[in-house]
Design a protein around this ligand. Sequence first.
Ligand SMILES: [Zn+2]
Length: 459
Amino acid sequence: MKTITRRAAVLFVLIAAFFIGLGFLLFSFITNGSTWASSRLNTHVFTNRQLAAAGAVLDRNGNVLVETKDGARVWTSDSTLRKASLHLVGDAEGYIATGVQTLYRSSLIGYNFVNGLYRAGKDGGNDVRLTIDSEAQKAAYNALSGGKGTICAYNYKTGEVLCMVSAPTYDPMYKPASMNTSTGGAYDGVYMNRFLNGVFTPGSTFKVVTAICALDNLPNVRKRSFTCTGSYKIGDSAVKCNGVHGKITFERALNVSCNSVFAELAKELGNDALTATVRQLGFGKNVKVSGALTTKSTFDLHDAAAIDRGWAGIGQYTTLVNPCQMLMLAGAIANGGTAIVPYVVESSSKLLDVKGQVNKNIQLSETDAKIMRKLLRSNVENYYGDSRFPNLQFCGKTGSAEVIGGRSHAWFFGFSLRSDFPVAIVVCLENGGIGLNNAVPAANKVLQAIKNSTFHIPN
Ligand SMILES: [Zn+2]
């Protein structure tokens, strides 16, 4: 009797162990199945560790960017489009971590939990359709003029990305055998999508942030009169201006990007108020753009002296901004204070994110948005010139960010007021010189390409 009980106990333990093991296996299968299936060691979908059997990646009009033909990955025959789309589509080896071919790999190879890779035949699984327009994408690549940097434009009402380019890039069909990826090299940061993961000194584009802080903290700042003598002295040091602007209003100071006035405002506002505004506008927080996490913008006035704050107020000092953050800020101002998160994947068997969601990290009041719309419209109307953005009712701010050991970064970010063209854009040309001379024409080229493209932008 005692033996039988012992045997029963052993059997019970064995059965329990079996079910625990089965449960663990099922759990692992559910949680890791797609990762196992899309592993580069899986020769059903990878050849020489390169993605081979998978669905196509298409632009918004159904143009193929990359597809599988006869078991091999084949890119579009347009070499400009290949280079322009590399960071968005991603390389076949997966070095570009934020590329669609990496993030949406399980969807592309046709993996699903019930059937596994059953559907993944010779020519792969599901297609992924993007929101970008190939013509706008090529225009953006050409607007970089062979330099490093990034350009992205999106519909600020829906979040649809119309183009997103990052350089340096390369032709994925003829990948260079060796690339100099060291700092300052021709292929420095080549696998990074600079729009999502680059951070740069903002220069005068940051005056938009200082202006918002001034609107919130200095009553009647718009009615005040300032004086620019060519520099603004703080203690024994001074913030130099780009000119001698004399007696000047708040609006005109933003138009001409007067460093003296914005250094004075920053000094007056203080570290706490500036830091609070910067946080309210989403600095220090990231978002997911169709599954790809952006890099946070940083602003740190910890231990900053008054002169440091003066420099910070004009976008210098230690501040670093992410281009996606700047695009969303432009979008928030354009859109009555509501920032919409960009998205690039229009349809796939699995969407990693809700499309066009509100970015709650950016808190901009409707009143501030309205005033900033007027001020940024005034920049173009009264200073840059509407002829630089024909028929676009454009608003925005330029920047020429001084950086150590090189030319300035040329910046522009802004948006159209036209109800039938709700487009915002950010341009950052690394060591590209003067914003007005270089980033503004680049922005216009892309915007005109978007306007002339065949698709209709839904409202
Ligand atoms: Zn000045």
